[in-house]
Design a protein around this ligand. Structure first.
Ligand code: PGA
Length: 417
């Protein structure tokens, strides 16, 4: 390994994410150039996620990240100065140690991740290879067999992501045709068709969108949203376009009960409800069907998976955290996991979690957050680690299509001569 790949200095700044909430952008100055990274932020966060540092001062409704910026410039930067940025794991370990907490609450997962991502970009550039290829190397993935993951496009939003009364957070369509550009086109056509259906059925006021670009119509029942999805994907068969849900059940789990449309459900009753939905609609998978500590619910759900209803995906349950994923594997509680680098806070830990999961035949779904920036890192991450799927929101809005457009570019690089 060359030793002249040196970090010279690190700068950071407070910028706004797609919700208008502050987040952090970091600039890594090296002897081969300057590398940037910015981090996203969620609103329906799980309790097992690493902590993003917020200022809790009057400015920006308490959401400022001036302290995180300061931590990058005054605490992390001096320690990483003159370090070899090709040593991703060593650098991530230094930051983890410097932070010293279980959940990165001292320096902030937002501060640490922004540096970790920029270091990764510098590494790829030093080796003169694309970022996805560098991530594949770090992940010990077979770089000859790169595949673009299947996209899951957000169509309808509810829960904490929209100003309507839908209990479930995301109603998505996963397209699984033979190449990404076809999948993107199908997703876009289904989305635009949905807009026409919404206007016809509910009027144009119901075509406003939620935080991640999905429509947020004024409807109350999951069945109404599912009927809309079935109608809009009508001309596609189930192999090409399926429904996938992010129920985000932790958000409506209160006082030991799940509350849907003003009715209270036990875990078993909720499972029965899911079974009735799966029978009626072509649902291929559900993310977070139960709350983040309801292991039994997840375990029962995995048992009903079959060829049509395939994926039981942990998000709040597993939080990109290897210990949580180990527990989920041991308990047979999931067969897929969401990967969000900011749930754990470094690229090395993200990759370790993915490697462990893949070894145990758990499918990888790389996902964005509701507050995004135009940083397209997760597109390269998804390809590099050989993820099964990517969820980057609706096929609209700059911060969402940044990821899909990056995948188009990667596809062109990989497959056109
Ligand atoms: P969040 O949403 O980013 O607001 O936490 C979670 C998700 O989109 O899965």
């Amino acid at each position: 390994m060359k030793t002249n790949h040196i970090i010279k200095s690190i700068k950071a700044r407070e910028i706004l994410d797609s919700k208008g909430t502050p987040t952090i952008e970091t600039e890594l100055h090296t002897n081969i150039g300057v590398f940037y990274a910015s981090v996203p932020s969620g609103v329906s966060k799980g309790i097992y996620e690493a902590k993003e540092l917020r200022d809790n001062e009057k400015r920006y409704q308490g959401m400022g990240v001036k302290k995180a910026v300061e931590n990058v410039e005054k605490i992390i930067a001096p320690k990483l100065k003159r370090k070899n940025f090709l040593r991703q794991k060593q650098i991530d370990d230094i930051m983890i140690k410097m932070d010293g907490t279980e959940n990165k609450s001292r320096l902030g997962a937002n501060a640490i991740l922004s540096v970790s991502m920029a270091v990764c970009r510098a590494g790829a550039s030093a080796l003169k290879i694309p970022l996805y290829e560098y991530i594949a190397k770090l992940s010990k993935e077979n770089t000859v067999k790169h595949k673009i993951p299947y996209p899951c496009f957000l169509m309808i939003e509810g829960g904490t992501h929209a100003g309507n009364n839908l209990d479930f957070q995301e109603f998505m369509i996963m397209t699984r045709q033979d190449c990404f550009s076809k999948n993107l086109r199908t997703g876009q056509e289904i989305y635009q068709n949905l807009k026409k259906i919404l206007i016809r059925k509910y009027g144009k006021l119901n075509t406003n969108v939620g935080m991640e670009g999905g429509f947020a119509p004024d409807i109350n029942l999951s069945e109404q949203a599912l009927n809309l999805l079935m109608e809009t994907k009508e001309k596609f068969n189930d192999k090409d376009a399926n429904i996938i849900l992010d129920v985000a059940a932790s958000e409506f789990f209160k006082n030991k009960k799940y509350k849907i449309s003003q009715k209270k459900f036990s875990s078993d009753k909720l499972l029965t409800y899911y079974l009735s939905l799966i029978k009626r609609y072509s649902i291929i998978g559900i993310e977070d069907p139960f709350a983040q500590n309801d292991w039994k619910g997840f375990q029962k759900m995995v048992k009903i998976a079959d060829n049509n209803f395939k994926f039981i995906i942990g998000d709040d349950l597993t939080a990109t955290n290897i210990d949580r994923v180990k527990k989920a594997v041991k308990k047979k509680a999931v067969n897929g996991i969401i990967i969000k680098p900011n749930q754990i806070g470094t690229i090395s830990e993200t990759i370790e979690t993915i490697q462990f999961a893949k070894k145990h035949n758990i499918k990888i779904f790389v996902k964005h957050r509701s507050g995004e920036t135009n940083d397209d890192f997760i597109a390269d991450l998804a390809v590099g680690v050989g993820a099964y799927a990517i969820m980057a929101g609706a096929p609209v809005r700059g911060e969402r299509v940044a990821k899909y457009n990056r995948l188009l570019k990667i596809e062109q690089e990989l497959y056109s001569s």
